[in-house]
Design a protein around this ligand. Sequence first.
Ligand code: ASP
Length: 338
Amino acid sequence: MKKKICLIHTGGTIGMIRGESGYLPKAGYLETVLDTIEDLKNPAMPDFDFFEMDPLLDSSDMAVGDWNRIGEEIATRYEDYDGFVILHGTDTMAYTASALSFMLENLNKPVILTGSQIPLCEVRSDGRDNLVTSLLIAQDGKFGEVCLYFGGRLLRGNRATKMSADGLLAFDSPNCPRLCEAGISIRYLPVPPAPAPASEKLTLCHLLDVPIGVLKVFPGIRFPIFDKLMTEKLRGIVLETFGAGNIPGEGNALLPIIERAFKAGSVITVCSQCPQGTVSLGTYATSSPLKSAGAVSGYDMTTEACVAKLYYLFSKGYSKEEIKALMEENLRGELTKI
Ligand code: ASP
């Protein structure tokens, strides 16, 4: 029996048209284009149903409520389909993939996000292959997790990051091997599995719009300027540090801020500005005090995964101590502990 895939259009370049002020999504347009793609009618393809979200978004406009709506679209149809392909803009695709990987608890069917850098309405669009191959990979059903397919690469969703603003190989997962490479054939690769689901029943965790912040350190940063923001306004903070988790000498000013923030209920996670490699608190004297001040290590998590994980853990209602501990645990394949 042919597999049945649910194709959900959320917006993004793949289905955009040219408007007066630049590309923008247009309701009802993509379905008419899909009708003209002969490959989609090839017997090798799975059956699929097309659903379009309202409104369609440029993914730069996506926020937590939109992740919840996408999660609902999947969860309500979960039993009716063998897999899901989500058409999405590239700008925040890695954030949505990360968020869905946490929100879709006990997922064991493929959910593949894809899109394109060039709209389908233009010549040389990369959308056709991204869509066709994503449907074929969803049909194969080798991975019951949230993935991102783009430019011949299938990536673990919560490890993916957008690497190029204009290249067609726009995404990669520098800290996790690719799940599959699609050249002449679709070649699945051995990858450490994500932790197995605890039950067979999919549950959707809706995310709360808790205030989360990302602070990128830079030479000369004046931490006291961020004091009030970190101790009074934000619940979850991702600190993008140098290399393996290092902060500038001025960081002494940061430590009491971290202590106060933690006392006030915030969780500060240390990530690296380097796309590849891991945070290792204590390797250098410049990172040691972060841990004792109350920050947690994000190890090799992407900023996208860290942000999504903070939303998820705060939404689950855990205490700050539980959130601190879980930020350092591998919940969905999003980190490798050293
Ligand atoms: N701004 C677009 C979006 O993220 C870019 C893209 O899809 O490539 O929706």
